[in-house]
Design a protein. Sequence first.
Length: 322
Amino acid sequence: MWKIADTEIKSRVVLGPMAGVTSQAYRLFMKPFGVGLSFTEMISDCGLVYENRNTFAYLPNEKSDRPVGLQLFGSKIENAQKAIEIIQKANITYDFLDLNFGCPVHKVTKTFAGSSWLKRPRELAEYVTSIVAISDKPVTAKIRLGWDREHINVLEVVGLLEKAGVSAITIHARTTEQMYSGKANWSLIENLREKMSIPLIISGDIFTLTDAVEAMRITKADAVMVARGAIGNPRLVSQIDGYFEKGIIMPDATLREQIHYLRSFANLLIEEKGEKTSMMILRGLAPHFFNRFPGMKAIKNKIAMTVYSKVDLEAILESIAI
Ligand SMILES: Cc1cc2nc3c(=O)[nH]c(=O)nc-3n(C[C@H](O)[C@H](O)[C@H](O)COP(=O)(O)O)c2cc1C
């Protein structure tokens, strides 16, 4: 058990925010596998200020999994302040306000949001201090190692964030320049948690239980964040949680179990987003449920190309010989 501010987190596994993936349905689906804390996908402060309907759909509601961090991104304190006011007045159910300083996508960094903040650590510190002062909820932050190899400033930024009053920090152990490729470099933050006064969550390349154990051992983090590794492989969360809570090593899920998991996820998604949008999302995510199994290429392609209704999906799942 560990804590962020006064909230107890009951697992060492944190579900990473992923734009286009970590909907409320995805989070609710993943929770019972042993997720201790999850995050919404990044939500634009301007989207809230300018009342964009799509942006509001990302906010958690009373049916959301808990504890949940609401992740905001933006580049100006005035917009962040207005967005936080809107969230606080709207009585949204959430536990932490998470600030995104890690997004490497050009569309975001060119507006000075996401990981472009890492290039301006002093301004970042002022921004965070102002947000901590107005937020009703504990503030957390997600960063990267730095902008590029020549500008690794993670230690400086962690120090500034602590001073600014954040309650936990997640580090994606890559630079912005690396985007999502190349190896995550956990050893650059070796033993970092021992020098910190607040919890550390380590992110980057957590695809197996061994990755999780290694990342925790090297950094001494309180928890690991799983992101891409759990898409279509929710058992990864149970394996990591089972190991850290009870010292057990769970086997990988069978094909039958994977089909069952996919059905549950599809149902939750349809409940949240309706059939049409859900099928669009599932054409992207559902094939991942069959990644580990040989001979499934045709099934994966069929899902990716031909699923437009729940009936289409069901027909394919029924056709899988187990
Ligand atoms: C499709 C996708 C969308 C992402 N969206 C977000 C996001 O909205 N906010 C955020 O902080 N990180 C986001 N991330 C980063 C992940 O949370 C995580 O830190 C990163 O993928 C590294 O972990 P991994 O190598 O285990 O996947 C995203 C990653 C992916 C692949």
